[in-house]
Design a protein around this ligand. Structure first.
Ligand code: UD1
Length: 418
């Protein structure tokens, strides 16, 4: 497995273009199964989660063709409704395929999904929602087995605003008979992006972003050429890296509104931020000041996917911070790794109590999940001396050309195969 070798302590200067959002591209690719006409997704990021999704689509019988960074999926030859264990375990988002595969074949068999090991990630809300649309679901031997005669729209109230469940139900409902209303729906920008994509195929979806999504079923969906939104989590990671290392960094191709909870915190940290059209420019010249508390919440609250990176930043602030994780149970696995670098963190239940230290020092750390891994990399960039981050395949799941982009900002980072 590859590792990163990092020489820390350098300021970051320059410009980075932000990739297309992983969490938009994955459900959009799942949605391509809903039509027999080609779907082209523009500027698809070259990350392993996308490659695994393409493998799964291939296993269903869809054809995928790359033209540069643009990916065309032709689902007309699709003839299989079963996703085997090995593939489903590579990618949690394989569960999004349930909705579109059932819609297409009236049956589906999918192994329980895998993905990041960040605590119990149940799919009960996905399954309850699909049942409300008329799907008969049984579970056997680690597989979810679904069948239905037809899908019929219904009102679905989610117990919590799950991103994946909202998306899955939207996918199952677009070609159902009648109208589906998803209440307490997730309000993440990627939900609105999925709505816009589905509507570009001829679907009738409205309300995404408001907490109540209304899907009027249509008989048929056509093809589409679509540019999804940019990746707010990748953008946030670079902003936090600049805040930690000091520097002057411009991000290109971002929507600042989707990042407002982070930008608010970075201003409290003392960073200077300028927003110009699709650019965010961050300047950090002094040691960042601590923010008292950060709590992860569903959108528009502080994103759980930036919690680890934010905790890394808190480690070098002047003062103390409390970071509370409200969404996933075991999202502090990176904390013992940061401690190897001299971080002063105590975890009690869902909160990390961080006492800022003057400097982190280089160490060898191990990435356990995607965002925790990114946090270790940016901590190493800010630390004094040399570090290694092992098991970076986790990071490859979500960050395109991470080391190239960071090196282009002046970071001392290289990938080494072992
Ligand atoms: C998506 C994102 C992930 C992000 C997360 C929260 C994708 C591919 N992944 O994951 O990067 O961290 O949103 O913003 O878009 N829950 C249940 N039952 C369910 C489903 C969820 O109890 O059936 C709970 C989860 O345990 C968790 C909370 O709901 O506590 C939020 O999870 P959810 O929004 O579903 O996250 P994902 O869709 O898995």
């Amino acid at each position: 497995m590859d590792k990163y070798m990092i020489n820390g302590g350098r300021r970051l200067e320059g410009c980075v273009r932000i990739q297309t959002a992983k969490n938009s591209v994955l459900p959009i690719l799942a949605a391509s199964v809903l039509t027999d006409e080609p779907v082209t997704v523009l500027n698809v990021p070259d990350i392993t989660d996308v490659r695994n999704m393409v493998k799964i689509l291939g296993c269903l019988g869809c054809r995928a063709v790359y033209d540069g960074d643009n990916l065309t999926i032709d689902s007309s030859p699709a003839d299989n409704c079963e996703i085997p264990r090995a593939l489903a375990h590579e990618l949690r988002s394989s569960v999004f395929l349930l909705g579109s595969v059932i819609s297409r074949f009236r049956k589906a068999k999918i192994a329980y999904p895998g993905g990041c090991d960040i605590g119990l990630r149940p799919v009960d809300l996905h399954l309850t929602g699909l049942k409300r649309l008329g799907v008969d679901i049984t579970e056997s031997n680690g597989y979810i087995l679904c069948k239905c005669e037809k899908l019929v729209g219904n009102e679905i109230m989610l117990d919590c605003p799950s991103v994946g469940a909202t998306e899955n139900i939207m996918l199952a409902a677009v070609k159902a008979e009648g109208t589906t209303i998803i209440k307490n729906a997730a309000r993440e920008p990627e939900i609105e992006d999925l709505q816009n994509f589905l509507n570009s195929m001829g679907a009738k979806v409205r309300g995404a972003g408001s907490g109540s999504v209304v899907v009027e079923g249509v008989e048929k969906l056509g093809g589409s050429v679509y540019q999804p939104i940019s990746d707010r989590i990748e953008a946030g990671t670079y902003l936090i890296a600049a805040a930690m290392c000091g520097g002057n960094v411009e991000l290109e191709g971002v929507n600042a509104e989707n990042l407002s909870s982070l930008l608010h915190k970075l201003r409290e940290n003392g960073c200077k931020l300028r927003i110009k059209n699709d650019k965010i420019i961050i300047r950090s010249d002094k040691r960042p000041v601590s923010v008292k508390s950060v709590e992860t919440q569903p959108y528009p609250g502080f994103p759980t996917d930036l919690q680890a990176q934010m905790t890394a930043l808190c480690c070098v602030c002047s003062g103390n911070s409390i970071v509370t994780e409200n969404l996933f149970e075991t999202r502090f696995k990176y904390v013992p790794e940061l401690r190897k670098m001299g971080a002063d963190i105590t975890v009690v239940d869902r909160s990390a109590f961080v006492r800022g230290v003057d400097k982190l020092r280089g160490a060898t750390t191990v990435a356990h999940d995607l965002r925790g891994g990114a946090a270790l990399v940016i901590a190493a960039l800010a630390a004094e001396g040399d570090s290694e981050v092992l098991d970076i395949s986790h990071i490859d799941r979500g960050y395109e050309r991470f080391e190239y982009k960071l090196a282009s900002l002046g970071a001392g980072i290289k990938r080494v195969g072992i």
